[in-house]
Design a protein around this ligand. Sequence first.
Ligand code: ADP
Ligand code: MG
Length: 371
Amino acid sequence: MPELYIGLMSGTSMDGIDAALVEFDCNHINLIGSHSHSIPQSLKKKLQLLSLDSAEVSLDALGEADTHLGLIFADAVKSLLNESSIKAERVTAIGSHGQTIRHRPDLKHRFSMQIGDANQISYLTGITTVADFRRKDMAAGGEGAPLAPAFHQQVFHSEKENRAILNIGGISNITFLPKDKKQNCFGFDTGPGNTLMDAWIQKHKNKSYDNNGLWAASSTPDQTLVNTLMQDAFISTKPPKSTGREHYHLDWLNQQLQKGHCQLDESQIQASLCQFTSDSIIYAIENFLPDTDTLIVCGGGAHNANLMNHLSEKLIKTKLSSSEDYGIHPDWVEAVAFAWLAKQTIENRPGNLPAVTGAEAPTILGAIYPA
Ligand SMILES: Nc1ncnc2c1ncn2[C@@H]1O[C@H](COP(=O)(O)OP(=O)(O)O)[C@@H](O)[C@H]1O
Ligand SMILES: [Mg+2]
């Protein structure tokens, strides 16, 4: 009998909670249901505040947000099950990534904090829940991120060609899967994904994102601004590396605009941000990835036609494709990854790749909250 797992993901964009119902049938992974659950605006504001590096956070605010988000995650699972006409008893476990509010592998006592209380999720859904995936990898000396590469390897690896998986979320990250399995797979953040474009259109048009990249496409990128943005040190830093909203945000952008680009109009800036996002991804592929035959794109940025056009124009030897061509719609790859990671944990198997995170050894990730 095939087993069912649920993956819950809420990324840096905070555009909503992705809930995926996944069937594991021998070696086949099938996405059999999906549901996108909105985060109440008031909670989203609190989460955004909590994730600001400079924020002074009260323990009460943190504790309440943790519980509130746990309740919303449980609601997301219930809606998913309802829409898919599946009973909770059929589901072996939920893998919940949680909402990252801080990721500090750089401190002496390193930590990563994801919230959304898994006690609430397991109690309210009646389904065993696995959460807190990152800190075991950190305990083993790893960065705690990225964790999707082990899943990418399972699903997207080919012995015939070198593949890379590009996930364009708020931040953009890439996994390299060499065709020769004796070579290590690796992964890192390339820089901003949608976050700067989202922040700019939110500020000037009060929209949460630039639908299909149409606003950016209505103007022309300013090459000198793109050059300034590309000088940001993170872009040329050698992997392993990771970044977040604490680095790429509106204040950072305003500082860059002060460097002689204040005369540009708003749409030109949006067009330049789109090109910067694309150029930083191309930079990573050309400088850090050896001979990528196929680039497989997933994440919300896959819907931004302007961004995808920029990418396809500049990729010369690499074929551009969508995760959909390999059986998983680009909106659900990350959530499916956390269903897979939960299954690894429940079956006492490791979920990290030491070559990717820098951990000393493969470890079983997460904590299990029984139903
Ligand atoms: N139709 C679209 N056109 C342009 N951008 C889109 C579209 N749909 C989604 N996006 C972008 O994708 C983002 C969400 O991507 P997602 O992969 O969920 O990121 P995260 O993992 O950070 O939550 C949105 O904030 C938006 O910028
Ligand atoms: Mg999202």
